[in-house]
Design a protein around this ligand. Structure first.
Ligand code: CMC
Length: 392
């Protein structure tokens, strides 16, 4: 069988080659298809970035219009899928609701499940991009007992999502352009991050030739965990806990350093970045501005800033190269936008979707792809004889 190398967490093992995203963790560099994240954040928008990630090039005017038109045409959910939300408890976490609904798309679109048929993959791609915001908004509406709104396809993707989330059928919903721009920016920053846990999951599931919906549903479940996408909610819970305990940042940092009760500084540290996360740098720069416009919770922002300052001056964090990651400030912004804490990870999923799709498609086209099947080092008992019940 040859030599097997043990690498828990795949710290040193590349599972594929990819042309999509470049990260230099020591230098704090992130590029999608070669374009620096700073330029995309400033000059592009989420739909265009989605196109770039999935198809490899920035779209022409005609291409982006057609892409947007296609997405607008598919935002409706099947009426039977709408009823699906009634089967969950009112206080259900929206992440498993999201992954279940995406998984269910395999049952509604049986005409587009062949991973090797380009037309089918194309239509599944469009359906996912179009329907995930609708699914996410309905998960929210269900949780607060409000009626679902049909999508308004005269609106852009982000605006439509905000209207379906915060609007009411009997009222006009004027979406604040500052809010749309801020959420669009956050989606751009989350859109891909090479072989992170959820993307690797999408690839692993897809490597068995499972369809796109099944693979993305698995990715959503991976993102649910607090060490991954769940961290954005966990950061806000942490900040609120610190405030409740009297705002003593030093005391909290002391607990983290002593690893009391396994407390971690949420929103800090990254497997790849051993320097400031460039996404966090962009968010930090815009957080004040966005929170100023949206009217955020200044007290929590102050605690966050103090926490960052205290940690970055402390040898524990310096030695381990722990810096704020993308999630450190996002929760504050999401909250200022009006989203409940539980919902933050859903926003991460909406942003990450084009990245997942791009990776799944890249893998399916890659002749080097094989079914994912890691090896192990067996450390259990050597051979032994069965013991009858009366002798155990
Ligand atoms: N607070 C305190 N100590 C930490 C932290 C933290 N946030 N992160 C890592 N460390 C320590 C860890 O205890 C270890 O020290 P020691 O050797 O003394 O035990 C050392 O730093 C290395 O940590 P690790 O767990 O081996 O690092 P990893 O690469 O396996 O974990 C991580 C990466 C992101 C899971 C981790 O840093 C973490 O748990 N951070 C908090 C959760 C978080 O913010 N996650 C969001 C990640 S970015 C968005 C995304 O991609 O989902």
């Amino acid at each position: 069988t040859g030599m097997v190398t043990l690498d828990p967490g795949f710290v040193n093992t590349a599972s594929c080659s990819s042309e999509i995203t470049y990260i230099d963790g020591d230098a704090g560099i992130l590029r999608y298809r070669g374009y620096p994240i700073e330029q995309l954040a400033q000059r592009s928008n989420f739909i265009e970035v989605s196109y770039l990630l999935i198809y490899g090039e920035l779209p022409t005017q005609a291409q982006i219009e057609e892409f947007s038109r296609q997405i607008s045409r598919h935002t409706l959910l099947h009426e039977d899928l709408k009823r699906f939300f009634d089967g969950f408890p009112r206080d259900a976490h929206p992440m498993p609701v999201l992954s279940s609904a995406v998984s269910a798309l395999s049952t509604f679109y049986q005409d587009s499940l062949n991973p090797f048929d380009d037309n089918q993959v194309e239509i599944s791609t469009i359906r996912l991009l179009a329907k995930l915001p609708t699914i996410a908004a309905y998960a929210y509406k269900k949780s607060i007992g409000q009626p679902f709104l049909y999508p308004d396809n005269s609106l852009g993707l982000v605006e439509n999502f905000l209207r379906m989330t915060f609007g009411l059928p009997a009222e006009d919903y004027d979406v604040d352009p500052a809010l749309v721009r801020a959420l669009d920016l956050l989606f751009i920053l989350h859109a891909d991050h090479e072989q992170n846990c959820s993307t690797s999951t999408v690839r692993l599931v897809g490597s068995s030739e499972a369809n796109l919906f099944a693979s993305i549903s698995a990715g959503i479940n991976a993102l649910f965990g607090p060490l991954h996408g769940g961290a954005n909610s966990a950061v806000l819970e942490m900040l609120e806990k610190i405030r409740q305990d009297g705002g003593n940042v030093e005391e909290f940092v002391r607990k983290v350093k002593n690893k009391e009760d396994g407390v971690r500084l949420m929103g800090f540290g990254h497997r790849v970045y051993k320097n400031y996360d460039p996404r966090a740098a962009i968010i930090k720069k815009t957080a004040d501005e966005i929170l100023g416009k949206l009217g955020g919770d200044d007290q929590l922002l102050e605690i966050a800033k103090k926490l960052e300052e205290t940690a970055l001056a402390d040898s524990y964090f310096i030695e381990r190269k722990l810096y704020p990651n993308v999630d450190f400030y996002t929760g504050l912004i999401y909250r200022a936008m009006g989203f409940p804490t539980k919902f933050f990870t859903v926003l991460f999923a909406l942003g990450r979707l084009p990245g997942w799709i791009a990776h799944w498609r890249e893998m399916m086209k890659d002749p080097a792809t094989k079914i994912g099947r890691p090896r192990q080092l067996y450390v259990g008992p050597a051979e032994r004889n069965f013991v009858p019940m009366d002798q155990r």
